[in-house]
Design a protein around this ligand. Structure first.
Ligand SMILES: *Cc1c(COP(=O)(O)O)cnc(C)c1O
Length: 461
């Protein structure tokens, strides 16, 4: 029996898959104060070749050869069968997973970091800015910038900067400049510091700093880069699902019954699931599950509305599931899942009924991560543990039903930099947290002043 299924370099997908071409109900455009935002309006912060991908409705987009050559460092990523977990659970289900933890930065994020930096290089960008919360995106971007040769500046949320010094060291090792945010480098940062001198910072503040640092460069050659949410980011991640399809075929499996991914901004979920959503649109029976924390239940309890991507309300409005742009999530350890919004493409698959989101409490996720470590062996990221928790739920359901279901999930990253969360779990310091209803009501009133998003669906799923 094959436990690890590999592809050769020449079997790697040569095109990314763009779900926007096949969505049965159309996406809604980003909105500004004067109506739909035209592509050119993004030009001050993104290079136009990436803006073109953002707006594209072409089904297949060629992956440039030079990007493939960089990805060969770890791709094609292995598809593995979790036979040891299957045995522990005594389930008839077959559990497969894509192992994205094998990338240099330890998660799926380098898949888009490499592509974004490469397109920036083509467009003549001389400096890239970004923000990072827990540090995963900042390290992925620093890696890509070092390989391709563009300096990068990462605004890291102050509290993580202090608590996670090794992420900063990873960025430094790849030549990235990591600055605690709020900083004295931008007007926004100086403003935040004047108002709240002891602030721990937030992703919202860091985004404002990184965007300002790019937009205010008079030469126009500093650009900003985002690690999730936007269409072009999800596009670059589809290489995960496209590889998985080829690998399942090698294992003699025509289609999975269930596809699972954790969802923060939506990129690793989309990367695995979108190629299977295409099959679902074309008639296959596949259950597709994005998983989020009960403390940040964007898809399961949030509103589908136009909302800002950042707390300072500087980005265009996106039609997405959201908890409101001023939402401050509880300090759970799955840092990458603490975002108020969701990728508009992922949100539309949920509106359409093609994906069925589930929220899981924190303790069940850590229990799942420990079961995983004690069967499969690896220590996974707290974000990833959300996908494993639902995989375990589904495997046990298959056992009850006596069905030999094929479950496929995305192992989005390892947890070697997240051991503080594990330590707190073992010390009994973590608890479950469900978002109080008042928070949803607060979001409702915050969103009431923004344009409504149309809920359009075919009713087929
Ligand atoms: C960033 C991150 C996530 C969440 O981001 P998505 O865009 O939703 O994929 C999940 N897992 C890991 C390991 C991450 O680093």
């Amino acid at each position: 029996m094959a436990v690890k299924i590999f592809l050769n370099e020449d079997e790697m997908p040569r095109q990314w898959y763009n779900l926007a071409a096949d969505l049965p109900s159309p996406m809604q455009p980003p909105m500004g104060p004067d109506g739909p935002v035209p592509p050119e309006a993004w030009g001050s912060i993104f290079p136009m070749n990436l803006v073109e991908q953002e707006y594209s409705t072409e089904r297949w987009i060629d992956i440039p050869e030079e990007i493939l050559e960089i990805l060969y460092r770890w791709r094609p990523a292995p598809l593995k069968r979790a036979v040891y977990l299957e045995k522990m659970l005594d389930t008839p289900a077959k559990i497969y997973y894509k192992d994205e933890s094998v990338s240099p930065a330890g998660s799926h994020k380098p898949n888009t970091a490499v592509a974004q930096v490469w397109y920036n290089k083509q467009a003549g960008t001389k400096m890239i800015t970004t923000e990072t919360g827990a540090g995963q995106w900042g390290s992925a971007l620093s890696f890509a910038c070092s390989i391709i040769g563009i300096p990068c500046k990462v605004f890291m949320v102050r509290i993580s900067f202090d608590q996670k010094p090794f992420r900063k060291t990873m960025m430094q090792t790849w030549g990235g400049k990591c600055i605690a945010s709020p900083s004295m480098e931008t007007n926004a940062g100086r403003g935040f510091l004047e108002k709240y001198p002891d602030t721990p910072g937030s992703l919202g503040m860091a985004i404002s700093e990184a965007v300002e640092a790019a937009a205010s460069d008079p030469s126009g050659t500093t650009k900003y880069s985002l690690g999730s949410v936007l269409n072009h980011v999800l596009l670059h991640q589809t290489i995960i699902g496209l590889e998985a399809k080829k690998q399942l075929a090698k294992a003699g499996i025509r289609k999975p019954d269930i596809v699972i991914g954790c969802a923060g901004g939506g990129s690793n979920f989309a990367g695995l699931a979108f190629p299977f959503i295409q099959d679902k649109i074309n008639g296959d029976d596949i259950t597709i599950i994005p998983v989020e924390p009960t403390s940040c239940p964007t898809l399961t309890r949030g509103l589908f509305s136009y909302d800002f991507g950042d707390t300072a309300c500087t980005t265009p409005l996106l039609a997405m599931h959201t908890l409101g742009h001023s939402f401050v999530p509880a300090p759970i350890h799955a840092g990458g899942l603490r975002y108020h919004g969701m990728a508009p493409l992922v949100s539309q698959t949920v509106v359409e009924g093609l994906a069925e989101p589930v929220a899981v409490p924190q303790l069940e996720c850590y229990e799942a991560a420990v079961k995983w470590a004690r069967s499969e062996g690896t220590i996974i990221a707290p974000e990833t543990s959300h996908a494993v928790a639902v995989t375990i739920r589904e495997a046990l359901k298959a056992k009850e039903e006596g069905k030999e279901k094929v479950i496929l999930f995305n192992l989005s990253g390892h947890g070697h930099m997240d051991l503080l969360g594990y330590a707190k779990y073992f010390d009994g310091e973590l608890k479950d947290y469900a978002l109080p209803q008042e928070e949803i009501e607060k979001a409702e009133s915050e969103l009431a002043g923004l344009p409504p998003a149309a809920i359009s669906k075919t009713g087929k799923w």
